[in-house]
Design a protein around this ligand. Structure first.
Ligand SMILES: [Zn+2]
Length: 273
């Protein structure tokens, strides 16, 4: 049984501020160590639950946050960017379950630490088939394309609730209770990591006994709508053939999630340029 642990940083134990997840700030060195420890807790849990193989993907910013020298030696690490599937790099038909560690809620969520969807600078909002989607939904849908369910998430209470509402009853490890965008009551990392380990173990045990949530398979056609932060970004993004545009909103429809995901990344790349 092969498990992919997809890690982000905003939902890591103790994180409440951008400084803690930004490489140019002194606090970052502490929190990348805590991120590594949260991931190690999930690795321990996955093996305890019966995984044979665990691959970790570092999905925050440029994918160079997890300390490889401190990673549980039983796992392997997808590090660096750009990779084809970024935050869920490594997902394919051989993976049987995905675990999200350190995830955050979609943009516009209330009481959600550092909520955003992919890029604060470029994405004002995002929908798939008319439903609001964040990184949880996007990465779950890419995994679902390969028939792989998301079986567990760690993060604040709002990220965990978003995942449960979209994906069904997955295992959750709430490591902090957010009371704003940059304020939360946090569990100390060792306590949070016990919860992560227990949730990961239980998620893999459930997966092995056929009790895991179903993969998020989106029915075709799939329509992506991105509300860009500035009109100029939409001017550029709408150069992409096949898009339609209304104001700052750029829309694209395809028959499968991987094409939609590629379109999303292309729209954001154009918006940046
Ligand atoms: Zn991140």
């Amino acid at each position: 049984m092969k498990i992919l642990i997809a890690a982000d940083m905003e939902g890591i134990s103790g994180v409440v501020h951008w400084d803690q997840v930004s490489t140019n700030h002194p606090e970052y060195t502490r929190f990348r160590r805590i991120m590594t420890a949260d991931v190690n807790a999930a690795i321990r849990g996955a093996f305890e639950g019966g995984a044979d193989e665990v691959v970790v993907t570092d999905g925050h910013a440029y994918g160079r946050n997890i300390l490889v020298e401190e990673l549980d030696p039983r796992a392997r690490l997808n590090s660096g960017s750009l990779s084809p599937f970024t935050m869920v790099q490594g997902v394919d038909n051989a993976v049987q379950g995905v675990i999200f560690v350190g995830y955050h809620a979609r943009i516009g969520s209330q009481n959600a630490i550092l909520e955003h969807t992919w890029s604060d600078e470029r994405v004002a909002n995002l929908w798939i088939n008319g439903e609001p989607y964040g990184e949880i939904g996007l990465n779950a849908a890419v995994s679902g394309h390969f028939g792989v369910p998301v079986i567990m998430i760690s993060g604040d209470q709002t990220a965990c609730a978003e995942a449960a509402a979209l994906l069904g009853p997955l295992e959750t490890a709430v490591v902090k209770q957010a009371s704003g965008r940059m304020a939360a009551e946090c569990l100390p990392p060792p306590v949070a990591q016990s919860k992560i380990q227990a949730a990961a173990a239980s998620s893999v045990t459930r997966l092995r006994s056929g009790q895991a949530p179903k993969p998020l398979r989106l029915a075709a056609p799939i329509t992506l709508t991105v509300d860009l932060v500035q009109s100029e970004m939409a001017d550029k993004a709408a150069w992409m053939p096949g898009t339609s545009r209304q104001g700052r909103r750029v829309e694209y429809t395809a028959q499968d999630m991987l094409t939609v995901y590629a379109a999303f990344r292309t729209i954001l790349a154009l918006a940046r340029g």
